[in-house]
Design a protein around this ligand. Sequence first.
Ligand SMILES: Cc1cc2nc3c(=O)[nH]c(=O)nc-3n(C[C@H](O)[C@H](O)[C@H](O)COP(=O)(O)O)c2cc1C
Length: 189
Amino acid sequence: MKKVAIVWSSPNTDGLTAAAKNQIMNGLTEAGVQVEEIHLNRKKLEHCRACGNGWGTCRTKGSCVIKDDFAEIYRTLAEADGIVWISAVYWSDMTECFKTFFDRLRRCDAVFNHSLAEKRCVLAACAGGTGRGTLECLQQMERGLTHMGMRAYDRIPVVRYNQDYILPALYEAGKTYADRLENGFDMYY
Ligand SMILES: Cc1cc2nc3c(=O)[nH]c(=O)nc-3n(C[C@H](O)[C@H](O)[C@H](O)COP(=O)(O)O)c2cc1C
């Protein structure tokens, strides 16, 4: 059985981001995937201290000196076959919470462990305002993934105006992603 971690961030458990997360989770579950949901806003996550002159044990040991939930989440991601990343759009970017986690993950994984490299991921950005900044948010997420050697299988913009048709599509995306994890990806890079 394939394992997929869904990492998501929004303070709202009944908003647009949560709805997107539920749809893709249901699609994955329907397809027989074991899903681990990681709601970053509920985790204890401090921001990077940029130890020393900028690099700390992230560079020399691939681990972070801060004792919080980071290490356990990192372990879950390393063990997962696939990862779905979903963030609410704040300031045309990921949420502060998402960025905090991503920043520390990138330091440990891109520079030392490389345990996430080659994983194929699905990204979704959920904008409940004007919808502006959704693509920039996805771009920022993909930039971080690329630093870690991960690849985006899809990038899905969710805005409040497209939710009637994009939420059902997210369910289908979950099923398709499950199929690709099981039977191989059809992407060229
Ligand atoms: C600090 C902040 C910044 C935001 N920036 C944007 C934005 O750039 N574009 C947008 O469409 N919505 C923006 N929004 C609206 C959020 O995307 C909206 O709250 C969205 O519904 C988040 O998902 P939720 O329903 O899970 O809360 C912002 C909200 C907050 C709190």
